[in-house]
Design a protein around this ligand. Structure first.
Ligand SMILES: Cc1cc2nc3c(=O)[nH]c(=O)nc-3n(C[C@H](O)[C@H](O)[C@H](O)COP(=O)(O)OP(=O)(O)OC[C@H]3O[C@@H](n4cnc5c(N)ncnc54)[C@H](O)[C@@H]3O)c2cc1C
Length: 373
């Protein structure tokens, strides 16, 4: 039986493990954290993510953990609608911890190794050697699903440019909220900043915000206060939600993206997810692209007896699409973070003039994807 090590047990790593095991591989997922879980925040999954999950045999588990599809609107800071999407592709919202539980359920417990950090990887003569806390593993394939600061990438892509700051910081929290569906789902766009509200299953609401910030700044530790200063004067329910936020549950991260790589494959190593194409979160496609990667890799390795041929096809299929999403996400982020009143007014007027069916058609085309048959 062919053997793989997946480095990193995040969304991309777990999905890959489930897919490779279905394709007849023996897999070990090495995760540095003491358990397989995620931060206390929500995540949106669009229809392309579910097509990938279905191909990996994980779709039903994840659907059971999420909401139904949600209609989303964009508003300005005078609470006037800018866009509304209730038809066409819509997101499903989940708590990240619930998504991880669903993904873990699709991988045999014996394949999951927590508390084990990978230090270096090399690949030679059709094998990959992985050095980690428990020793060394020599396998047919190593998958670097170890996120934006990937050790696999550092080992085998020594000349790759490091992640770069995109000029935005983000806050996220989850609040208990009876009947969260009555809140306006979507985003409010203001000068150089946006605030988002999305209902979660289990009477909770996911609240997220981002703001342009010229340089990275260490978190000052008083994030709720910073949020109130910036968003406290925005339309309700934003100030009411901020009144309910507690300091220890607010996450704050400066946002980074990975400059495009020339290839996702080196010898018997493949990069996947944020390790390969970390992107600005503005389109909510980072995890979806990791899932598309996982489904593609698993399908190609199931079909091709020659691993090297499968890896070449993986790179050819995935790199253009994932890097295009990274470019679009960056451009969309610039659009949401405009601060000149004239530019904002022009943007909002142009978006208001777009008929909803046209928006839906363009989203359908962008998200169109299916795994290689
Ligand atoms: C603010 C924000 C909001 C977002 N919202 C969305 C959204 O709504 N929808 C969406 O699709 N995407 C969203 N994303 C993007 C999404 O979260 C990521 O693209 C996705 O989590 C990437 O998954 P991954 O498995 O590739 O990497 P990661 O989630 O980073 O997982 C990597 C794993 O590898 C482990 N690891 C790292 N190094 C080692 C090592 N040396 N040895 C062993 N283990 C290691 C880490 O502990 C981690 O568990 C958002 C991102 C941000 C920052």
């Amino acid at each position: 039986m062919r053997e793989a090590v997946v480095v990193g047990g995040g969304i991309g790593g777990l999905a890959t493990a489930a897919g490779l095991i279905r394709s007849g591989w023996s897999v070990q997922v090495l995760e540095q954290a003491p358990e397989f879980t995620e931060v206390g925040a929500g995540i949106s999954l669009w229809p392309n993510a579910f097509r990938a999950l279905d191909a990996l045999g994980l779709g039903e588990r994840v659907r059971a953990a999420g909401t139904r599809e949600i209609a989303v609107s964009t508003r300005d800071t005078r609470d006037r609608p800018v866009t509304h999407a209730s038809t066409g592709p819509l997101p499903v919202m989940l708590h990240r911890a619930d998504l991880m539980t669903a993904l873990c359920g699709g991988v045999p417990a014996g394949s999951l190794v927590a508390g084990t950090r990978v230090h270096a990887v090399r690949t030679e003569r059709g094998r990959a050697v992985v050095e980690h806390d428990l020793g060394q593993s020599t396998v047919d394939l190593v998958v670097g699903a170890d996120g934006i600061r990937s050790v696999v990438r550092a080992s085998l892509w020594p000349l790759a440019s490091p992640p770069r700051y995109i000029g935005q910081t983000a806050w996220r929290t989850v609040l208990p909220m009876p009947d969260p569906d009555r809140l306006p789902a979507g985003e409010t766009w203001g000068s150089g900043a946006m605030f988002g509200i999305m209902p979660l299953p289990g009477d909770r609401v996911y609240v997220f915000a981002s703001a342009a910030l010229p340089a990275e700044a260490k978190s000052a530790g008083a994030e709720v206060e910073a949020l109130r200063r910036r968003f406290g004067g925005w339309p309700d329910p934003i100030p009411t939600l901020l009144d309910r936020a507690s300091e220890d549950a607010v996450l704050r991260h400066d946002l980074h993206e990975l400059p495009p790589l020339a290839t996702f494959v080196s010898g018997r190593a493949a990069l996947l997810g944020d390790a390969a194409h970390a992107m600005a979160p503005n389109l909510g496609q980072g995890a979806a692209q990791a899932l598309e990667d996982a489904a593609t890799l698993a399908a190609l390795l199931a079909r091709e007896s020659d691993v090297d041929t499968a890896l070449r096809r993986y790179d050819a299929l995935r790199r253009p699409r994932a890097q295009a999403f990274a470019r679009r996400s960056r451009a969309f982020g610039r659009l949401t973070q405009l601060s000149s009143p004239v530019a904002m007014a022009l943007r909002d007027a142009a978006l208001r003039a777009l008929p909803e069916p046209l928006l839906a058609r363009s989203m359908t085309a962008t998200l169109a994807w299916s795994p290689p048959v």
